[in-house]
Design a protein around this ligand. Structure first.
Ligand code: AMP
Length: 121
């Protein structure tokens, strides 16, 4: 069963300005900032300003404008960070098997160096 949105999660606090972030980019529907514990030379998180807990929630319930803005913001954030030439990986953990730690929709953008296969063997 899907969890309901928890407004006390850390990304909701960033959106409310209650805790700081290292901001990278922003639009009406999204905010991008650098991950506090980077897993690659460049590690950016793109989050929705709307209260969606994960991709399942967002894909089912967000407006088409929010969904388009999120996809556009991911590409824009990667380009702004200079990742287009070398390439990058995007990951959004969703649900109990994914190891999602923060229950607010976010896309990881990883790059700036070769980051290896999708899963370590
Ligand atoms: P996930 O496991 O997909 O939910 O990823 C959550 C990510 O949020 C992890 O990569 C954390 O390092 C990152 N994170 C947690 N708190 C913060 C914060 N205050 N600022 C930036 N990134 C954070």
């Amino acid at each position: 069963m899907k969890m309901s949105y928890d407004p006390n999660n850390i990304f909701a606090k960033i959106l409310r300005g209650e805790i700081p972030c290292n901001k990278h980019d922003e639009c009406d529907h999204t905010l991008a900032f650098f991950d506090i514990a980077p897993q690659a030379k460049t590690h950016i998180l793109v989050i929705t300003k709307g209260a969606y807990s994960d991709m399942a929630d967002f894909s089912a319930n967000a407006s088409s404008g929010e969904q388009a803005a999120f996809i556009t913001a991911i590409g824009r954030a990667a380009k702004l960070a200079g990742l287009e030439e070398g390439g990058y990986r995007i990951i959004s953990n969703t649900g109990k098997d994914s190891h999602q730690e923060v229950p607010h929709l976010h896309m990881h953008i990883l790059g700036g160096e070769p980051i290896g296969p999708l899963r370590a063997s």
